[in-house]
Write a protein that binds this ligand. Structure first.
Ligand code: NDP
Length: 315
């Protein structure tokens, strides 16, 4: 017998700062929100060590701790926080249909998309091989750096994430080699200075990865090429970290919601509205510009307020 269809006023998809903030506001407005946490409960912040720039934490807070607090705060007001992910949606009619892991069907009056973004990889077969093997390729220094204690690592990227992660690794690993594909960083000056001042970080500019080398079980090095001189070299390492940006988690919405060329949801300027009435967006799924916990939380608040006003106008 098929499961009964559940009806909810406000469904929130995703559990980063955007989703939980939307849940806090929606719960306090008596919208009895249901939040599905998705594949990575707590979102990207669970892989961030110290958060020092979120107002209200003068001594900083770890990403996982902040997410535990946000979840508790939303549950305090009655938000139903559930494990599981949304695998399919149908936004054709005024009632928005969603499916949890292709099984349970839910009919929602409003939906708040807070699905965030995920790490990008280089796409080299050798990188994917060792990523799948769990043998030395990672996109999260905070999660996996510990495994390379007192060992040599490589990190690819030149943005703020790469700088932050290189600095984090430098406190654990004996040496960190940073591969920057151009002759300059993209990261902010303060982050670049911090990296440059760190003794055990070596920066190789104009350098691209040709292959991640390994012994069949784990990474042993990286074969790289200087794009100016054409010179190739092998860098010894047991950990190969990739910090080259993120991809928004919006694939399941593409038949219904307007996305830009890179997959970010196009919101109506100055609001959280999408092209589908009753479906709202918050956080990194529509933000490639700011991508901060505080901006995600702010847009989560906007989405809950917009959803509340939408429901009020319907009734
Ligand atoms: P970014 O998009 O800012 O940077 C990605 C970096 O990866 C760029 O330097 C890019 O090189 C490089 N890159 C992309 N593809 C490749 C490739 N195939 N091979 C080699 N290198 C590649 O992403 P981030 O994740 O660093 O940052 C995202 C946003 O989050 C930014 O706005 C950033 O400011 C913010 N942030 C802020 C932090 C903080 O304030 N504490 C911490 C972390 C992130 P190129 O420059 O040549 O394009």
């Amino acid at each position: 017998m098929s499961e009964e269809i559940e009806k909810v006023k406000c469904l929130i998809i995703g559990s980063g700062p955007a989703g939980y903030t939307a849940a806090i506001y929606a719960a306090r407005a008596n919208m009895t929100p249901v939040l599905y946490q998705g594949m990575q409960p707590g979102g990207q912040l669970t892989t961030t060590n110290d958060v020092e720039n979120f107002p209200g934490y003068p001594d900083g807070v770890t990403g996982p701790e902040m997410m535990i607090q946000l979840q508790a705060q939303s549950e305090r007001f009655g938000a139903a926080v559930r494990t599981g992910w949304i695998s399919k949606v149908d936004f054709t009619g005024p009632i928005h249909k969603v499916w949890v892991e292709d099984k349970k069907e839910i009919h929602c009056e409003t939906v708040i998309i807070s699905t965030g973004a995920e790490a990008k990889y280089l796409g080299l077969p050798s990188e994917q091989k060792y990523l799948e093997l769990g043998g030395g390729v990672s996109a999260c220094a905070v999660c996996d750096g510990f495994f390379y204690r007192n060992q040599e690592t490589v990190i690819v990227g030149a943005g703020d994430s790469a700088c932050e992660e290189a600095h984090y690794l430098s406190n654990i690993c004996s040496k960190v080699t940073m591969l920057v594909r151009r002759d300059e960083f993209r990261a902010s000056k303060i982050m670049v200075e911090r990296v440059k001042k760190t003794e055990n970080i070596e920066i190789l500019y104009n350098t691209n990865t040709l292959e991640v080398l390994g012994d069949g079980e784990g990474v042993t090095g990286a074969k790289v090429k200087n794009s100016v001189t054409g010179e190739e070299q092998v860098i010894q390492c047991t950990g190969f970290f990739v910090a080259i940006g993120h991809k928004p988690n919006t694939d399941i919405f593409k038949s219904w919601i307007d996305l830009d060329q890179t997959g970010y949801i196009i919101g109506k300027p100055g609001s959280s509205k999408t092209n589908v009435p009753g479906v709202f967006v918050s956080g990194d799924a529509s933000d490639k510009e700011y991508r901060q916990a505080i901006t995600a939380a702010g847009t989560g608040c906007m989405a809950a307020l917009d959803a509340e006003r939408y429901l009020a106008a319907q009734n």
